[in-house]
Design a protein around this ligand. Structure first.
Ligand SMILES: Cc1cc2nc3c(=O)[nH]c(=O)nc-3n(C[C@H](O)[C@H](O)[C@H](O)COP(=O)(O)O)c2cc1C
Length: 189
């Protein structure tokens, strides 16, 4: 099992990153291998809307530090997508990366054709954290779940609410939920 771990939060000790780490640390004990992509430390541009990926290439034509990340998605078994919610969407670092996944969409796919360039059978672990109540952030969770399903992922989400930017010390339940999900997915193979 290979896991691609995409860390959206700029906060190294933020809750979304800690939840991702709890998932990864447990998965590794079952033999998983991991590649981390801490977006805030990477140099990349957002999608330019050039459609080069759908006209003159089979992949994103930009060449930067997101290029190997997009390639790694092709072979990953599990992809962890983690981000804080900023102003009703994912934080900018994550959103700029996610827009680059436009290049993984098959253009003009018919109803009976796959709409994604990613091979099927992958699981996405979607980790989103926010201050607002879960009900207030339902729309962003549903939207990203829908996008990931379009890419062919089976989506498992871990959503944490009521979290301030100050260090959150009472997040053990969320860390345990992340570890439990890793155990479930790794045992399922
Ligand atoms: C610029 C900014 C905008 C934010 N907007 C929202 C928001 O719209 N909804 C929400 O629930 N929380 C919002 N928050 C709070 C963060 O999502 C929350 O503190 C989150 O747990 C931080 O995640 P992290 O610890 O993984 O970095 C915002 C925080 C910042 C800095």
């Amino acid at each position: 099992m290979h896991i691609v771990n995409i860390l959206g939060s700029p906060r190294k000790s933020g809750t979304s990153g800690r939840m991702a780490r709890a998932f990864i640390e447990t998965a590794v004990t079952y033999g998983a291998t991991v590649t981390d992509y801490p977006l805030n430390t990477m140099q990349y541009r957002g999608c330019q809307g050039c459609e080069g990926c759908h006209t003159r290439s089979e992949c994103c034509v930009l060449r930067d530090e997101v290029t190997p990340l997009l390639a790694a998605l092709l072979t990953a078994d599990i992809v962890v997508f983690s981000a804080p919610i900023y102003f009703g969407d994912t934080c900018g670092q994550f959103k700029s990366f996610f827009d680059r996944m436009w290049s993984l969409i098959v253009p003009d796919a018919g109803d009976d054709e796959p709409g994604s360039r990613l091979p099927p059978g992958k699981t996405a672990v979607l980790i989103l954290t926010g201050f607002d109540a879960a009900s207030a952030n339902g729309a962003v969770v549903d939207r990203y779940t829908g996008h990931l399903e379009h890419f062919g992922f089976e989506v498992r989400s871990l959503i944490a609410s009521g979290l301030r930017l100050q260090p959150n010390t009472d997040v053990d339940d969320h860390l345990q939920a992340a570890a439990a999900l890793a155990r479930e997915l790794m045992r399922a193979g």
